[in-house]
Design a protein around this ligand. Structure first.
Ligand SMILES: Nc1nc2c(ncn2[C@@H]2O[C@H](COP(=O)(O)OP(=O)(O)OP(=O)(O)O)[C@@H](O)[C@H]2O)c(=O)[nH]1
Length: 396
């Protein structure tokens, strides 16, 4: 799902490669299309208080302005070719910096300062000393060794930078927003390679804005539908799924046993840890879709009503939870790490606990509505609790 942010870039590249005349025939209003697309991202991001997007809008606008102000003349002119050579280096370094630094809240002095710096830093290349310094240090030139193969230097630079991006994205378990940052960098790099193409910089900005917008949509969907603690879809998503339940299907409600006592004994934070663990166990078992219904209640939706298979899967979930040793930190653990090490040297300060769950399941009847099937599953869950907990009750 996150990778959908590549779509506008892929469309641009595919058209540019296989049908360049189609792109050339499109008359883009410049710079209106850029202002409109970046303005739209800014407006939507601001409306939903997703301020991090604005830094990337500023970065994109800054480089677009640089390209318009400095690269609209023949590359044979020395100051233009210096700028052209410095561009991939500068945009790679500033993009990576934006990825690595912790972005401050935008509505703060540091936030405004960073926004201004991000938007204006590309224009530094227009100042002769900075451009000249970068041209001397130019890694893309150095990478081409003899300087006879200028394309090789750029290709090696792209591979090196791409390698860093890939490591960052894989390591950080990237969100759609992260991938859209790669799209932003890649779009401008593709502009550098395909500078001869008509309106290449404007197409690059449209690809970037499209990626940022799709990433925003992904973030909004996740905020609306995904439970932050467990990473599972939440009740809103469940209710929409239940509207389209198949004829042959089943629903299970499950809940942690004696969770109130558990919370009272070990604290709310450890309670949260249990819910997170439960979320990851539910994700690891296949055969159903899991949802966090609310509190410590979860719902499983099956797209079949085979009772044997249902019992098997529900028993697997029950026993996986019951047998999972949850490691707790010793509440008497000393505050300072020095003392902690001392104590750890003498004895292990880890303690494990186990929790159990009860499950109530039912198969769909022809007359069922979302509420009636959930109610019956809930009654079965209640029956499982009454029968002693840590068990499955499956009936209609
Ligand atoms: N840590 C944590 N606790 C939660 C969360 N949501 C609900 N709870 C707690 O879950 C507990 C639910 O308690 P009860 O409904 O009485 O059920 P129970 O203690 O599990 O008892 P049985 O279900 O009968 O076994 C309450 O103490 C809630 O505070 C949450 O997100 N995090």
């Amino acid at each position: 799902m996150s990778l959908v942010v590549f779509l506008p870039l892929v469309v641009w590249v595919v058209l540019g490669f296989f049908a360049p005349t189609v792109l050339a025939d499109v008359i883009l209003p410049v710079p209106e299309s850029v202002i409109a697309s970046l303005g739209l991202v800014t407006l939507i991001a601001g409306f939903f208080r997703q301020w991090q997007w604005l830094y990337w809008c500023a970065w994109t606008a800054g480089f677009y302005a640089l390209i318009q102000l400095g690269l609209q003349q023949p590359l044979s002119q020395q100051h233009v070719s210096v700028l052209y050579e410095a561009l991939p280096v500068w945009l790679s370094l500033t993009a990576l910096l934006l990825v690595f630094i912790k972005l401050p809240v935008l509505l703060s002095p540091r936030g405004f300062l960073l926004l201004a710096a991000v938007g204006l830093s590309p224009l530094l290349l227009l100042t002769a000393p900075v451009a000249a310094a970068l041209a001397i240090l130019n890694p893309t030139e150095m990478l081409s060794l003899s300087g006879e193969l200028p394309g090789i230097g750029l290709a090696l630079w792209m591979i090196a930078m791409g390698g860093i991006w890939a490591t960052v994205l894989l390591y950080k378990n990237a969100s759609a927003f992260r991938w859209s940052q790669l799209v932003a960098w890649l779009s401008f790099m593709i502009f550098v390679v395909g500078i001869e193409q008509t309106d290449a910089s404007t197409w690059a900005v449209l690809a970037i804005s499209g990626g940022l917008l799709l990433a925003l949509a992904d973030r909004m969907l996740k905020l609306a539908y995904i439970d932050e603690l467990t990473g599972l879809p939440q009740r809103r998503a469940l209710m929409s799924e239940l509207q389209h339940l198949r004829k042959r299907s089943a629903v299970c409600m499950l809940d942690v046993d004696h969770f109130k006592k558990f919370n009272d004994r070990y604290g709310h934070e450890v309670g949260d840890q249990v819910l997170r663990l439960l979320g990851s166990i539910l994700k690891s078992v296949s055969g159903f879709k899991a949802y966090r219904y609310g509190g410590e209640e979860f719902t499983l939706v099956f797209s079949h009503n085979n009772e044997e298979k249902l019992k098997d899967v529900l028993e697997t979930v029950r026993s996986k939870v019951a047998n999972y040793p949850l490691t707790l930190r010793d509440p008497s653990r000393p505050e300072t790490s020095g003392k902690g090490k001392e104590k750890r040297g003498k004895q292990s300060n880890k303690k494990t606990v186990k929790v159990t769950i009860s499950l109530g399941a039912t198969t769909k009847l022809p007359t069922d509505t979302p509420d009636s099937i959930l109610k019956r599953a809930d009654e079965n869950l209640y029956a499982a609790k009454k029968a002693g907990r840590n068990r499955v009750v499956l009936k209609n």
